[in-house]
Design a protein around this ligand. Structure first.
Ligand code: GDP
Length: 329
């Protein structure tokens, strides 16, 4: 058995081709939920959904989010209506009281659905309607995720990092904003002063059980994909106890994609493979790119870590398996 900790791009890319090395029936994927938002009353879990859509073979693999060839009628109509009504677009936070009242899933991540600042396809939306409905009926996010995974035919076990809500907030000179405002609405442009994970989340028994197995940190963003998990009560402690292999989303100081460098810098880590190793003191071994000359104080397995195809993912998965062996010794 092996457990992967996943954000929404790097780790899913690694999973998509790893079947021959890590049989799906033996794999648990723990997904970040710090990026989640409630938009127009619907709970959207972007990182979990990427894993679910990948496993269900419906993921749009150009963007690594959303459903391939999804239609857009509802989203387009929301934009048209807002335009016609002269309503403001962009992220519209609900007021302070609404951020923490009502449903358990509230936690400083509630946005009005007017003009819908995140793009949500029609079939994608059906997932959020079903998820939110099941939560309203009293099921936990862990149960709901399992139900959705079954419905989509996902071959791995998929667990949210916690049943408790967490909001990743980016503090900027303009004030705090949710990660999705920073990334989706503002293109990651604002200066980052600090990153906050708001909410008191505890690891579920399911996550604790999964973390008793060897753990792989895919090449995900250490601050906003893995960071929220490390802030969940019980997860960092569990990682200290088990065998952990970490991969790098960097080649030395070059990031493959996304805002990881800027966020690491703001949080006091060197934006590089060396900084990733500092952020993961519990990791027992690393998988780095063969062109990455970073020397670390822990064992390293090297391979080409650029993942553009399933063959690339398989090669990287083999390196991860080798690193797990080295780390477990
Ligand atoms: P997010 O939720 O979309 O931010 O996704 P993740 O945190 O899971 O993944 C983002 C990270 O994946 C970025 O920091 C990238 O550098 C890394 N990444 C993307 N493509 C590759 C790749 O081909 N190889 C490696 N090693 N890392 C990658």
């Amino acid at each position: 058995m092996v457990t992967f900790l996943a954000g929404g791009t790097g780790t899913p890319k690694l999973l998509a081709g790893s079947e021959s090395v890590f049989p799906p029936a033996d794999v648990t994927v723990v997904g970040n939920t710090g990026d989640d938002v409630e938009l127009g009353g619907l709970l959207v879990c972007p990182d979990i959904d990427t894993v679910l859509f990948l496993g269900g073979e419906i993921l749009d693999r150009e963007t690594w989010w959303g459903i391939d060839e999804d239609t857009t009628e509802t989203h387009t109509e929301l934009q048209r209506l807002a335009d016609a009504a002269g309503l403001e677009g962009g992220p519209q936070y609900l007021d302070d009281e609404a951020q923490t009242s009502g449903r358990e899933l509230a936690r400083w991540r509630r946005f009005s659905g007017v003009a819908e600042f995140m793009f949500i396809g029609d079939r994608d939306r059906a997932i959020h309607v079903t998820r939110t409905g099941l939560l309203d009926e009293g099921h936990t996010l862990t149960e709901v995720t399992e139900t959705l995974a079954d419905a989509l035919g996902v071959p791995w076990r998929v667990l949210p990092m916690s049943n408790d809500p967490v909001a990743t907030l980016i503090h900027t000179p303009e004030g705090p904003m949710h990660f999705q405002e920073f990334w989706v609405a503002r293109n990651g442009d604002p200066t980052v002063d600090a990153v906050e994970f708001r909410g008191d989340a505890t690891a579920t028994d399911a996550v604790r059980g999964a973390l008793a197995e060897p753990v792989v940190l895919g090449p995900s963003n250490p601050i906003t994909s893995i960071g929220p998990m490390l802030a969940v009560d019980g997860i960092r402690e569990a990682l200290a106890e088990t065998t952990v292999v970490a991969t790098s989303p960097f080649l030395e100081d070059r990031v493959f994609s996304g805002p990881a460098a800027k966020l690491m810098d703001a949080e006091g880590y060197e934006p590089s493979t060396a900084g990733v190793a500092d952020a993961y003191p519990f990791a027992d071994a690393f998988v780095l790119d063969e062109a990455d000359g970073t020397s670390l104080d822990r064992p390293v397995v090297r391979t080409d870590t650029e993942i553009e195809s399933e063959e690339d993912a398989e090669r990287m998965a083999r390196a991860v398996a080798e690193a797990l062996e080295v780390a477990g010794r």
